[in-house]
Write a protein that binds this ligand. Structure first.
Ligand SMILES: Cc1ncc(COP(=O)(O)O)c(C=O)c1O
Length: 401
């Protein structure tokens, strides 16, 4: 087996593989450790090319040891779309959008939950629960349904109704929480013993980071085993940034890539921006639970579980973090829509961030940039918001408008 155990992202302690309690005694986050020397000897880039286009093409770098336990809905290998027209208009060299909205549950969350639910299956778990701003709940519900695992999802009550409504459709026990995502997480922590739930919230178990790592592996493969200069990613709990950073470390150790680490840019919405504030004041103590004003999206996480880790990744990569206003994000949704791309507010924030970083001169004319469109615009449609459209029955009606 390629999975050796766990290592601490802060103090480098090594531990046997376990499945819950991913905090080291020093407070650092535990990550999966692989036998990369063995993988380098036995797996080649050429062999990968013959495999099915899904994220499970990287199975040697994923922690599921029993292939019969893999729960898949066809996730990953999403298109990387080049935006040539915008390369002409913006002061950067190359621009792509990674179309994560094309995953089986309409968001990048499919990746993390494919691995997390496979690990649940492997461990023989029958019940699990997740706190979520929506997309994680939908993805967990779908994969748990396929695995025959009883899912409970806890979602702040102002989250997008279409995303929430999908959860019972997949068979999950679905609850609105009068509060934020950390309030939802507190309910699970309080009830997990009584209810027998495995808590698969952000950084509570090893699978979700590993699944998100495949975004980085895939990006490198799609770019001919190179990374772009800059990755702009909508950040909430931070497991996507941690996963892509880990992909870079592992590919470097495998000697499959040799360039510098991409500069990671975290985008958030104004009114809930712990990463932006943490970068600005170089410390990880910005508890933002009070006074949250940002919209209910995946970026609205006032207290990321390991803020210090996210800040260290952004800093060591030479990246930055930027907060965008609601109107900048809404404008970006329209711009991407006019290019045929259905972008969620989170995905749109990457576009708004790109424009702001071009304006400020932070991005360089030689930079290649990848934006992550992490979910679909459609999932965020509010009931009633299309009622302003004209209703007609004939061409005469049309002419009278
Ligand atoms: C669409 C979308 N984008 C981005 C994020 C934030 O991702 P991460 O938890 O990896 O920071 C989320 C999380 O809920 C999300 O749903």
């Amino acid at each position: 087996m390629n999975r050796l155990g766990l290592y601490c992202s802060r103090c480098s302690a090594r531990l046997p593989f376990r499945y819950q309690e991913m905090k080291c005694d020093c407070g650092g986050t535990l990550l999966v450790d692989y036998d990369l020397e063995h993988i380098a000897r036995t797996l080649t880039k050429e062999a990968l090319q013959t495999r099915y286009p899904s994220m499970w093409r990287y199975k040697e770098l994923l922690p599921v040891s029993n292939p019969d336990c893999i729960i898949t809905l066809g996730e990953g290998w999403t298109p990387l779309l080049r935006m040539q027209e915008w390369e002409q208009k913006l002061p950067i060299k190359r621009l792509w959008i990674k179309r994560e909205e094309q995953n089986p549950t309409g968001s990048f969350k499919s990746r993390g939950f494919s691995v997390a639910v496979s690990l649940l299956k492997e461990a023989g778990a029958t019940k699990a629960a997740v706190p979520s701003n929506g997309n994680a709940a939908g993805a967990f519900a779908a994969y748990a349904g396929r695995a025959g695992i009883e899912a409970s999802v806890f979602i702040p009550m102002d989250c997008p109704p279409l995303i929430v409504d999908e959860c019972p459709l997949y068979g999950a026990a679905t609850f609105f929480v009068d509060g934020f995502i950390h309030d939802a997480a507190a309910i699970i922590e309080a009830g997990k013993q009584d209810q027998g739930w495995v808590n698969i919230g952000t950084l509570k178990e090893p699978g979700r980071v590993e699944g998100k790592k495949t975004m980085g592996l895939e990006l490198a493969e799609q770019l001919g085993w190179t990374f772009p200069d800059v990755i702009i990613y909508p950040t909430g709990g931070g497991s996507g940034i941690i996963g892509m950073w880990k992909a870079y470390q592992e590919l470097k150790e495998l000697r499959w890539i040799d360039g510098p680490m991409p500069r990671f840019v975290c985008v958030q919405e104004e009114g809930c921006q712990p990463i932006v504030d943490g970068i600005a004041c170089s410390q990880a103590e910005s508890d933002q639970a009070a006074g949250v004003e940002a919209s209910p999206t995946g970026m609205r996480v006032p207290n990321p579980p390991d803020l210090a880790f996210i800040l260290s990744i952004v800093e060591q990569s030479g990246g930055t973090a930027i907060a965008l206003s609601k109107s900048q994000i809404a404008e970006a949704t329209r711009t991407l829509g006019s290019q045929g791309i259905s972008a969620s507010p989170e995905g749109s924030a990457t576009w708004a961030g790109l424009l702001a970083l071009c304006d400020s001169g932070w991005l360089r004319p030689s930079d290649s940039v990848v934006l992550f469109n992490t979910s679909h615009a459609m999932k965020y449609v509010k009931f009633g918001s299309i009622s302003a459209l004209p209703i007609i029955k004939s061409y005469e009606d049309y002419c009278r408008l």
